[in-house]
Design a protein around this ligand. Structure first.
Ligand code: GLC
Length: 441
């Protein structure tokens, strides 16, 4: 049965996605790699399985928060490296329906987010530290446990069949899935006693084929080790857009450098930093996916809540410069970023200037300019009208110094006249309407 999405433009138009890391590691509350970082045995780690019961989790509340925060799609960790499944998988007993929570949490979340209109992404870990056939390597929690390794010598053929069956479950039982997000290939790793895993270990070519046979228009990220798919740099952004503008890239980032809930880690980004990362990413034609790690009761921590709500509030007034927008061919002034959508060019001002901003190459090309926060007009003049015979300048610019005029003599620029006081916004944005005959976008 194939489930076909209608529109493949949704991902690059969304620009802002939510990553949710939730699993047994949320109970340990010390980062999602806690099991391997502390070399917790599979037997000992079971205590989190027995404890797993996010009793205060309200899927509809999560979805509403995400919608209000301005996210257009969500990527949910159906299974992380620990091997615990948030759905009722028929392939393993290590699943949410066998915990005190009992219910198919992934199904509840997908339904709730879909009802709020968000596109659905599923994160699926290629590593599975719980599965008996997964070959132990240098990342595995049991890497130094000779007893375990003597019994579990690894059977990757069985493991590939297991993974394929699970991915098939995920793509068959929960309706239209818009984005399949795998993590991760590490073929180049070599620990001496073991080596990394890549496309051949996962059976990535066959897996990809099977995925498209069920959901032909689904997006797949680039971590199957096939050097294709949505490029997903993590915790950093590209320095510039993709060579081919049609290629989609998505930087995935955390709020405090931990994907899973990390109780004592309070090194959160500010809302302003998140907004600037979002704008910078879109100015390079990319998507920005921000992560949260809900806690063991199923609640988003206060810091994450506050940061995402503030960015969402900013998007309420400035979303037009983000959603459906992309990079511009115009060179942005210092400390600014451009995003563009058709004949609308958005100037994101990262540091507020004194009175004027010079926009290279925009002389004579703009018909109107306004601040997005309140819609107020920003007056401007083409620099070709400045300098030389001072009479030519209007009263508006009478204080402009000779130096400024000399600098502004480059007649290809546009000079914006901005208020002394910056608007009270995470980032102030000026929307420029390009004259119809000049849509470089
Ligand atoms: C890294 C982390 C992993 C996380 C992923 C998200 O691979 O190790 O835990 O899920 O980033 O991109």
């Amino acid at each position: 049965m194939t489930i076909t999405a209608t529109n493949r433009k949704w991902l690059s138009e969304s620009r802002y996605g939510l990553f949710i890391h939730f699993g047994l590691y949320s109970v340990a509350a010390r980062h999602e790699w806690v099991q391997t970082l502390e070399e917790v045995s599979i037997k000992e780690y079971k205590k989190y399985f027995e404890q797993f019961n996010p009793d205060l989790l309200d899927a509809k509340k999560w979805a509403k928060k995400a919608k209000d925060a301005g996210f257009k799609y969500v990527i949910i960790t159906a299974k992380h490296h620990e091997g615990f499944c948030l759905w009722d998988s028929k392939e393993t007993p290590y699943k949410v329906t066998n915990t005190p929570y009992k219910r198919d949490l992934l199904g509840e979340l997908i339904q709730a987010f879909r009802e709020e209109g968000l596109k659905i992404g599923i994160y699926y870990s290629l590593l599975d530290w719980h599965h008996p056939d997964f070959l132990v390597d240098g990342y595995h929690p049991m890497r130094n446990n000779s007893e375990y390794k003597a019994i579990h010598k690894g059977n990757m053929e069985n493991y590939r069949a297991f993974m394929s069956a699970q991915v098939k479950e995920l793509l068959t039982n929960y309706g239209l899935i818009d984005y399949m997000w795998f993590d991760f290939s590490y073929k180049s790793r070599d620990w001496g006693t073991s080596i990394g895993k890549g496309a051949d270990d996962w059976g990535s070519v066959e897996l990809e084929k099977m995925i498209y046979s069920i959901q032909p228009n689904i997006f797949i990220n680039d971590r199957l080790g096939l050097n294709r798919g949505v490029q997903t740099p993590e915790q950093f952004a590209r320095s510039k857009g993709m060579e081919n503008e049609e290629d989609i890239w998505e930087t995935v980032q955390t709020l405090n450098n931990s994907w899973g809930y990390d109780r004592d880690n309070l090194t959160f980004k500010s809302s302003e930093m998140v907004a600037k990362q979002l704008v910078d990413t879109v100015s390079k034609g990319g998507n920005f996916t921000m992560n949260i790690g809900p806690n063991a009761r199923g609640i988003w921590d206060d810091n994450s809540d506050e940061i995402l709500a503030k960015v969402g509030e900013w998007l309420g007034r400035h979303g037009d410069s983000i959603y459906g927008a992309t990079r511009s061919s115009y060179p942005a002034p210092l400390d600014c970023r451009y995003t563009q959508k058709g004949n609308k060019l958005f100037l994101h001002i990262f540091s507020w200037p004194y009175r004027t901003i010079l926009l290279p190459a925009l002389g004579g090309k703009v018909s109107f300019a306004r601040l997005l926060n309140d819609g107020s007009e920003i007056r401007f003049t083409d620099t070709k009208n400045l300098g030389g015979d001072r009479k030519a300048t209007t009263n508006l610019y009478k204080e402009i110094t000779e130096v400024h005029i000399k600098e502004a003599l480059d007649s290809t620029m546009l000079m914006l006249n901005v208020p002394i006081h910056e608007p009270n916004e995470l980032i102030s944005v000026i929307e420029l309407t390009l004259k119809e005959d000049d849509k470089w976008g």
